[in-house]
Write a protein that binds this ligand. Structure first.
Ligand SMILES: NC(=O)C1=CN([C@@H]2O[C@H](COP(=O)(O)OP(=O)(O)OC[C@H]3O[C@@H](n4cnc5c(N)ncnc54)[C@H](OP(=O)(O)O)[C@@H]3O)[C@@H](O)[C@H]2O)C=CC1
Ligand SMILES: CC(=O)[C@@H](O)[C@H](O)COP(=O)(O)O
Ligand SMILES: [Mn+2]
Length: 385
């Protein structure tokens, strides 16, 4: 019997997925890859499967199935395709921990299925908690499943909470880099390009989260994610702009003590911590050098210019299916911006109009979320030029 943790990585070809594999490659005695999944990047999935020899891989775009199957015909790796296969594979008995590194709404169903099967979750896919945080956290409580955060801010809060779980949080303060357009006003934002928006000042990430960072929707999604992960009221979550991205977030306890977690912007650390909690594993990640950062600065977010953050707080206050509406409208808007169909500022317009027009459902079922997501997408599509 091996002591290695058997890991499934959903979205292994993405930014988080490939960094999770870096962590595994650096710690072959601690981890074994059990499952890898991808949507379109068949070539990288094949390369990863040859290198890490998982039990199984899933390619969700069925058009690539034959290519992957033939390429792995001489390996001891099972090959599946399609969304149903993705939702089923997470229940495989041999999996210990599922890393949800998919992007967007696509993470919801497999995450719920993994929790149903009692799998520990390392959650990068924040949209899962934005869309259906009540369902997901309720099911996790029922099944006794732990959800460990991968997102850097939430990992920071979680790391500050270690040894403090019996103590009450007064508030948390999420740090935001402010993105590439920090300090810009609306007239300037009207003219920014996709290439400029994809240049995050501190982090190298997938396209969707990078655009969300530029529009401050990422911070809005993270506010909602934090509410569900840490059981907070909306009034207990604040955001401060910290352009250096060195302090990853703060927790303030009820005695007024403020704790923070610091480090260079490198996702491998939070990914690894979610995989090893409650332990820490020795790493060779670059260390922080105080001489390189003579000042760490803070500003209030400008929510009049970057309206997405205010819209996310609004959706959180309204509750029910409104965060699901926010997410679906934003996914359509970001895809439209990446196709250069809409401008930067129009992304918030689309989200705002969907929040105003979609029917409110107070206590949504899973089916209500599926319907809300579908109908919001249709409405948002109509708003694309
Ligand atoms: N990147 C980062 O540093 C951080 C990311 N996050 C969050 O982590 C999640 C992943 O982000 P990131 O790694 O940047 O994203 P990427 O776009 O880099 O990767 C997404 C992964 O999901 C797969 N995928 C995309 N769409 C689908 C779909 N519909 N069904 C199944 N698989 C799909 C992709 O497959 P393929 O490539 O084969 O098409 C890829 O493997 C997001 O929720 C993001 O907000 C949070 C903090 C930091
Ligand atoms: C690395 C990570 O966790 C991202 O979600 C990051 O937070 C993006 O940075 P900003 O949204 O603060 O620009
Ligand atoms: Mn983050």
């Amino acid at each position: 019997m091996s002591n290695k943790k058997n890991i499934a990585i959903l979205g292994s070809t993405g930014s988080i997925g490939t960094q999770a594999l870096d962590v595994i490659a650096a710690n072959p005695d601690a981890f074994q890859v059990e499952v890898l999944t991808a949507q379109n990047n068949a070539a990288l999935l094949i390369e990863q499967a040859r290198r890490f020899q998982p039990n199984a891989v899933v390619i969700t775009n069925e058009d690539h199935y034959e290519l992957v199957r033939q390429a792995l015909a001489n390996e001891d790796v099972k090959v599946y395709a399609g969304e149903k296969a993705l939702a089923d594979i997470v229940q495989m008995e041999t999996i210990d921990l599922v890393i949800t590194a998919l992007v967007g709404y696509s993470g919801l169903r497999p995450t719920l299925r993994a929790i149903e099967a009692g799998k520990t979750i390392a959650l990068a896919n924040k949209e899962t908690l934005v869309v259906a945080g009540d369902l997901v956290t309720r099911l996790a409580r029922e099944k006794g499943v732990s959800i460990y955060p991968v997102d850097s801010e939430h990992s920071a809060i979680f790391q500050c909470m270690v040894g403090e779980f019996h103590n009450k949080i007064e508030k948390i303060v999420l740090t935001a880099s402010g993105g590439p357009f920090r300090g810009h006003l609306r007239p300037q934002l009207g003219a920014v390009t996709k290439a400029q928006a994809l240049k995050h000042p501190n982090w190298s990430m997938g396209a969707k989260v990078t655009i969300d960072s530029a529009s401050l929707m990422n911070k809005g999604l993270e506010v909602i994610e934090a509410k569900w992960l840490f059981g907070l009221n909306p009034s207990q979550v604040e955001v401060v702009v910290h352009p250096q991205s060195i302090i990853h977030s703060f927790v303030q306890f009820e005695d007024g003590s403020l704790k923070a977690q610091l480090g260079l912007p490198d996702m491998r650390l939070p990914i690894q911590f979610a995989m090893t909690y409650p332990h820490r594993l020795k790493s060779d990640f670059p260390r922080f050098d105080f001489a390189q950062y003579p000042s760490l600065t803070f500003e209030k977010p400008d929510t009049e210019t970057f309206r997405n953050l205010a819209l996310a707080f609004d959706a959180l206050h309204r509750g029910g299916n409104m965060p699901c509406v926010l997410n679906a409208a934003n996914e359509v808007a970001v895809a439209g911006f990446l196709r250069e169909q809409v401008g930067f500022l129009e992304m918030s317009d689309i989200v705002e109009q969907c929040l105003a027009k979609m029917d409110y459902i107070g206590n949504p079922s899973y089916e209500d979320y599926v319907t809300t997501d579908k109908e919001t997408r249709l409405r948002a599509q109509e708003l694309l030029r």
